[in-house]
Design a protein around this ligand. Structure first.
Ligand code: PLP
Length: 400
């Protein structure tokens, strides 16, 4: 069956993904099972999506219960799960209002539109440009790839949208030199995910906030990868003592159902009046009921504190590995968003780990990224570290 599915996929599915030769059938907690009955410990979690793991009992119950009542109605009407989810996000964040959509790219689209509209409403028609960061990633739609600071993402799609300037990440002076009265917003990931798990210096985001305030520019945090507990706090901005004007979420918000959210302060959100923006599926009951259960689980269990503690443990183990293997040039990240930079291409290690029953991910060619469910246990981390240790030892023995 496995081979058949892969052969058919290659015939009928758009060829946009480079896939590993495995077909997954089911999962539970931090373990996935393929069609041949093999099990894998999941250090990818759907790319920072399944923060509470697979087949979570309470999430499944909430989803089934909502499915028996109401899947979808238009945003022409009110529904309870959508309102309760928005209220939870508002209570737990800097924001006053939430706009729901279906993905990270859509949440960033909404943020870009809102920042432009905010200044248009004030009659500042020339203030529409956005400063984004080199190496950033904000999505694959035309506006969000235009806001992305990686040429490989834009290749073949020119002309991209006008109105985006780029400065190096973690360089406040470069931002200060670039920012002007033509900029409506600065768009930034508090920690760059796809760009290589790059953390800024401790004061950088505070300085970015100051620069935005001095020039009257809005600050947008893209927390699509870093949000919902991934870094050991509900939102990564909490580590840095800085609040944005707008924030985007997606990925882990509904633990695997498609959702995006754009959160904003009242004075900014007011620019999105009736009829200015919309989404058919945005905030639909079936998805928001699942997201609400994620939030309730965070309230009821200390998942995020545990993730912070497990992250410290995991990082320590990666640093020990670095001591033993000079091919590891850097270990970085926060909470359970961790990266390990190698001095060689990481693709083979990813495949080898998979053969040994561990799913890990490689970004930017030479950075292994570890983004397991937040409920990962230390024993599973130890097992992965042993596996990597052995593979790196074998590799160095071969190259002698
Ligand atoms: N922003 C960040 C920081 C991301 O990591 C991603 C996806 O990896 C996106 C935006 C785009 O999200 P989506 O794939 O849901 O459109």
């Amino acid at each position: 069956m496995t081979a058949e599915i892969m052969v058919q996929a290659d015939q009928v599915i758009a060829n946009t993904y480079k896939r590993f030769p495995v077909v997954f059938l089911n999962g539970t907690g931090c373990t996935l099972y393929d069609t041949d009955g093999r099990s894998y410990t999941d250090f990818v979690a759907g790319i920072a999506v399944c923060n509470l793991g697979h087949s979570h009992a309470k999430l499944t119950e909430a989803l089934c219960s909502q499915a028996q009542n109401l899947w979808h109605v238009s945003n022409l009407y009110y529904t309870k799960p959508q309102v309760e989810l928005a209220a939870w996000l508002v209570a737990k964040s800097f924001a006053d209002r939430v706009f729901f959509c279906n993905s990270g790219a859509e949440a960033n689209e909404a943020a870009i539109k809102l920042a432009r509209k905010f200044f248009k409403d004030r009659g500042e028609n020339k203030r529409f440009k956005i400063i984004a960061m080199e190496q950033s990633f904000h999505g694959r739609t035309m506006a969000t790839l235009s806001a992305t600071g990686q040429e490989k993402i834009k290749k073949g799609f020119a002309p991209v949208l006008e109105g985006f300037d780029f400065v190096p990440f973690d360089d406040a002076e470069a931002l200060r030199a670039q920012i002007g009265q033509e900029h409506c917003a600065v768009l930034i990931e508090p920690i760059q995910g796809e760009g290589g798990v790059r953390c800024p210096n401790s004061d950088y985001l505070k300085t970015v906030r100051e620069i935005c305030d001095e020039s009257g520019t809005l600050l947008i945090f893209d927390e699509i990868q870093t949000g919902m507990g991934r870094t050991g706090k509900l939102f990564a901005y909490e580590h840095f003592g800085v609040k944005p004007d707008i924030m985007t979420l997606a990925k882990a918000l509904a633990n695997g159902l498609p959702i995006g959210a754009m959160l904003a302060k009242e004075k900014v959100a007011a620019a999105f009046g009736t009829g200015t923006h919309a989404s058919t599926f945005g905030g639909t009951p079936i998805v928001t009921a699942a997201a609400l259960e994620v939030c309730r689980t965070f309230d009821a269990e200390d998942v995020i504190d545990q993730a912070r503690e497990t992250g410290v443990y995991f990082r320590g183990k990666l640093l020990e590995l670095k001591e033993r293997h000079p091919v590891i040039v850097d270990v970085r990240g926060l909470g359970l968003l961790l990266g390990m930079k190698l001095n060689f291409s990481g693709e083979t290690l990813v495949t080898q780990c998979m053969q040994k029953g561990f799913l890990i991910n490689c970004i930017q060619g030479d950075i292994l990224r570890f983004i397991p469910p937040l409920i990962i246990k230390k024993e599973k981390i130890d097992a992965l570290i042993d596996c990597l240790d052995q593979l790196l030892t074998d590799r160095s023995a071969k190259s002698l």
